[in-house]
Design a protein around this ligand. Structure first.
Ligand SMILES: Nc1ncnc2c1ncn2[C@@H]1O[C@H](COP(=O)(O)OP(=O)(O)O)[C@@H](O)[C@H]1O
Ligand SMILES: O=C(O)[C@@H](O)C(=O)COP(=O)(O)O
Length: 425
């Protein structure tokens, strides 16, 4: 089976996708940042390479340049098919970055068109009549409308995408998907021929995703959330991949949870975590006054907790309720989002210095900053924790290993901050 190359626009998204690729039996590696092909000598023994980049909320130009660099590496590695992974709740703004990245990849691959498939039914994300649902709610009515960086206030995927792309956007309704792969293939060809190279497909369950995956087998580019991966064919080596996933290295050390996510699921997980774990909430005013002093005080606090009980995780988090969210500052000062990410990155680096080796991170942007601060460049996916979330073994530039679970804002059970550690044993 030819090597699949994926570009994920944030780090939790990358582990989400890799979790589903591994679940399909694909031997998968995640690189954090764009590697050079020489950094992946083992590519010949892999089924998929996922390049994680933090480009969901950067300037459009930077996002496009980075995505194109990732594509060049994947093609140099011999990838014949590319999977562009974005968020299952289509996290983006009218400027991008989903549309501009798809436009650039289509052009570089000289592809006739592609599919747009955010659906991930295992986590309640479905697309019907072109509208994205989160559980029983339209996206625009879900908690995503309050996201600090990418508030989602429309649910029609075509309408979200149109301002972001220079292409016309088509839609394929559910009855066509239900007719099977051949019908979808023909309908896509008609859409492409009619000048609509981006096509949003309805998908409400895994059967639909299997149909779409089958219908798009020959397209050089597919795009979507991670759900589409669950429809990909299983390679002959799938048993080997399953064994590898069970056998990631587990490193002894202190444990921590760093939660920069303000999403509804994360807030509930923080509330549950506070009942059972020692916790510190980031104090925005103190961080603004003197970030280093505030981070130092958190690090001293964590060390004291670990001195009492080396195995007990500490929880450091940003948000209890929506009232905590601070909008971007009119004076142009550092936004709270950047300040919080920076502080959590500094906490992670200092925690590592003091022996922390097992870490749960809540939030995609947060994970990007934390893993960059830890200089983690490579992940191998281990035991699954819940749909889209797994333990991983991260390797730093210095060759150290740290166990990581990167949890997307709205993924994971309420007790994930306290129950996940058992799965590492
Ligand atoms: N009190 C706050 N005010 C403004 N932004 C915040 C606050 N707390 C956290 N944030 C920011 O919200 C963003 C959450 O994004 P992310 O980490 O991707 O989480 P999610 O996975 O829930 O989207 C981060 O940039 C984080 O720093
Ligand atoms: O597709 C998804 O929902 C996730 O993989 C994802 O990208 C979520 O983003 P964050 O909530 O910002 O972690």
């Amino acid at each position: 089976m030819p090597l699949l190359g994926a570009i994920a626009d944030d780090f939790t998204g990358a582990t989400d996708l890799a979790t589903n690729l591994v679940a399909r039996g694909m031997r998968t590696v995640v690189t954090l940042g764009v590697p050079s092909p020489a950094d992946l000598p083992e590519a010949a023994d892999l089924d998929a390479v996922v390049i994680a980049v933090k480009i969901r909320t950067t300037e459009v130009e930077e996002a496009v340049t980075t995505a194109r660099a990732a594509l060049r590496t994947l093609r140099d590695l011999g990838c014949e098919r590319i999977y562009d992974k974005y968020c299952s709740t289509f996290d983006s703004t009218p400027q991008g970055n989903i549309g501009p990245i798809i436009d650039a990849l289509l052009a570089d691959l000289d592809a006739p068109g592609t599919v747009v498939v955010p659906a991930f039914p295992d986590t309640g994300r479905t697309v019907y009549q072109g509208r994205l649902f989160v559980g029983t709610e339209l996206l625009e009515d879900s908690s995503m409308r309050h996201h600090p960086l990418t508030p989602m206030t429309d649910s029609r995927v075509r309408r979200l995408l149109e301002p972001q792309t220079r292409h016309a956007v088509g839609e394929l309704a559910h009855p066509i998907v239900r007719r099977g792969a051949e019908a979808v293939r023909e309908a896509l060809e008609s859409e492409f021929a009619a000048g609509r190279p981006l096509v949003v497909l309805d998908a409400v369950d895994e059967d639909d995703l299997r149909t779409i995956a089958e219908a798009t087998r020959d397209l050089p580019l597919i795009t979507g959330g991670s759900g589409l991966a669950l429809g990909l064919p299983q390679p002959a080596s799938s048993a080997l991949a399953a064994r590898q996933a069970e056998s990631i290295p587990v490193v002894d050390g202190h444990r921590a949870v760093l939660a920069g996510s303000a999403s509804a699921a994360s807030r509930a997980q923080v509330a549950a975590g506070r009942e059972l774990l020692p916790w510190r909430k980031l104090d925005l005013a103190a961080l603004r006054a003197d970030t280093t002093a505030e981070v130092d005080s958190i690090v001293e606090w964590a060390r004291a907790r670990w001195a009492e009980d080396p195995q007990r995780p500490v929880l450091v988090y940003a948000v209890d309720s929506l009232a905590d969210i601070e909008p971007p500052r009119p004076d142009g000062g550092e936004p709270a989002s950047a300040l919080i990410e920076r502080a959590l990155g500094q906490c992670a680096a200092a925690f590592f210095e003091h022996g922390m080796r097992q870490l749960v991170v809540a939030g995609g942007e947060t994970s990007g900053t934390v893993l960059t601060a830890l200089d983690v460049t490579r992940l191998r996916i281990g035991a699954p924790l819940s749909p889209g979330v797994s333990w991983a073994a991260g390797t730093t530039g210095d060759g150290d290993v740290v166990n990581l679970a990167l949890k997307s804002g709205n993924f994971g059970d309420e007790d994930i901050f306290t129950s996940s550690w058992e799965r590492l044993a």
